[in-house]
Each structure stands twice: as structure tokens, then as C-alpha cells.
Design a protein. Structure first.
Length: 294
């Protein structure tokens, strides 16, 4: 494991280029296990599906493509729903919606919570206490109930649901980043940097912030699965975009009454939710192991 070097004025560490940089990347991934490669490959495939879902969908997800409640066939691989729309097309677009929605909430949490945690951990004192008390207030708010309140106030919309969840999702990252920053501030290499004359800005950007990045990335990657399940659950309750928007939770809810006569309508969207959660969870575990081994 590489040891962090203290900051010494006037000394610059050369950045490898060309063949040396390529070798450095290969060294980083050397020793990665087959399950980890499988998890990363599945994650890459999920990104491709999320990006190209409109192109991969064989039919328009909003327009009937066959007989209503038709069983899976060569023309409609996952069958059709109650009005004849292709289930496969709606599932693909719904997977993309769930994936990007979860990423948007995680990104906002990392940005807001990371900034608050960085300031609280680096400054300390009254600023730290005040920011953490505010964080505690938001931690006490239940995410699903707040999302319901936001949608009730602003109207049914997937964006409004994301806003309601994002409001209560950043405190976790604030706590994590603050803890890492406080731990790094007490480390020997930070003391060496201060003795060498590094200013507060350089301490933040060169020593404290990079040290909090790995644990934040791992936490964010593991959060994707929880967010996908939460957003699907809220959509199942009707807190998403109005019909006929393809959302996995809403699709399962609408087809639940036909589970015995047309099981494919509610089951395939539910399987897609589980698939996204499993892939993101396995990828997060693989990333955590990769960073820990480094």
C-alpha cells in the first residue's frame, strides 16, 4: 500500500506519461478477481442500457404495439400490458429512468453533503457544531414521508420525488466526509505538511479532500441499490410521473391486479428493479475491495 507523502515546498512528483502511465493503470487492476471483473462488466452494461435504452427498445413505450395482455412471443419478447404496449420497451426505458434518477440523488448528496462535511471537519469549533446540528435535523426526517409531502405540495412528478428524496439523502455523506477529514487532520503527514508551510487551502485540496474521496465513492456506489429500491417503492405508491410514463414501480403496481391472468406485466418490471439493485450492489462491493486492497 502506498504511503502518502508530506507536502514539501519546491518538490514536485512527476506524473507518468505514455507507456509508464499505461503500466500504472495495469498495475492498479492487476490482481482483480474474476467476480470483480464480472461486477464491473455488469455495471458497464447497465450504463450502456441506461444510455441507449430508447434505441434498444423495439417499440415506442408509450404507444400500443400489439394485442392487449398478449403473452411473451417472438414479436413481443416480454408480452404486452393492459393497453397493448410492449413490456420490454417500457422496462428498458424504465430501467434508464430509475438508474439516472438514483445517480442524480447520489450526485446531489455527494456534492452537498461532501461540501458540508469538508467545511465542518476542516474548520471545526463552532462551525462544525452548527453544521452537524443542521445535519442531525435532516437525518431525523424520513425520506419516503418527505417525498410524499413534496409531491403533494408540488404535484405528481418524478422530478418532485427525486427532490424529496435528495433533501434527506445528503446528511449521510456530510457525516462520512467530516469523520474522514477529522481523522486525516490528526495524521502525521498532515502535521508534516503544516510544519513545511502548507496553507489551509493547500491542505484541503492536496491532503484532506483526496483522502475522503475513496470512502465517499464506495458509499455512493453502495447507495445506488438502496435508492433504486426506494424510488421504485415510491413509484409503486403512485408518487412518480403520471401515466403513461414508463416507471418500473408504477408498472408493477398497475399490473398487480392481473398477476394471475397476465403475470408478465407486474413481474418483469419487478425483476428489472432487482437486477439494477443487485448489479449496483455487487459493483459497489467490488469497488470497495479494490480500494481496500490498494
Amino acid at each position: 500500500m502506498a504511503v502518502a507523502q508530506p507536502y514539501v515546498p519546491g518538490i514536485r512528483v512527476p506524473i507518468p506519461s505514455g507507456r509508464k502511465a499505461t503500466l500504472a493503470v495495469k498495475d492498479y487492476f492487476r490482481g482483480t478477481s474474476a467476480p470483480s471483473w464480472l461486477a464491473f462488466g455488469a455495471l458497464a452494461a447497465m450504463f450502456l442500457v441506461a444510455i441507449f435504452a430508447p434505441l434498444l427498445a423495439p417499440f415506442d413505450p408509450l404507444v400500443p404495439a400489439g394485442k392487449a395482455m398478449a403473452a411473451p412471443s417472438a414479436e413481443n419478447w416480454l408480452g404486452t400490458d393492459t393497453v397493448g404496449r410492449d413490456v420490454l420497451s417500457r422496462v428498458l426505458v424504465g430501467m434508464s429512468t430509475s438508474w439516472w434518477g438514483a445517480l442524480a440523488v447520489v450526485a446531489s448528496g455527494v456534492l452537498i453533503g461532501g461540501l458540508i462535511g469538508l467545511i465542518a471537519g476542516a474548520v471545526g469549533g463552532v462551525v462544525d457544531a452548527a453544521l452537524m446540528r443542521i445535519t442531525d435535523v435532516f437525518l431525523s426526517l424520513p425520506g419516503p414521508i418527505l417525498a410524499i409531502a413534496v409531491v403533494a405540495a408540488m404535484g405528481p412528478s418524478y422530478i418532485h420525488t427525486l427532490i424529496g428524496v435528495a433533501i434527506v439523502w445528503w446528511p449521510l455523506y456530510a457525516r462520512i466526509v467530516r469523520a474522514e477529514i477529522r481523522k486525516l487532520r490528526a495524521s502525521p503527514h498532515m502535521e508534516a505538511a503544516r510544519i513545511a508551510g502548507a496553507g489551509r487551502r493547500r491542505q484541503l485540496t492536496r491532503h484532506l479532500l483526496p483522502g475522503a474521496v475513496p470512502v465517499t465513492i464506495v458509499t455512493a456506489s453502495l447507495d445506488i441499490s438502496a435508492l433504486v429500491l426506494l424510488l421504485a417503492g415510491l413509484s409503486f405508491l403512485g408518487l412518480g410521473a403520471p401515466q403513461p410514463a414508463p416507471e418500473l414501480g408504477a408498472m408493477s403496481a398497475q399490473g398487480l391486479t392481473h398477476i394471475f391472468s397476465a403475470w408478465w406485466i407486474p413481474i418483469f418490471p419487478a425483476v428489472a428493479v432487482g437486477l439494477i439493485a443487485i448489479v449496483s450492489n455487487f459493483a459497489g462491493d467490488a469497488l470497495r475491495d479494490r480500494i481496500r486492497d490498494r
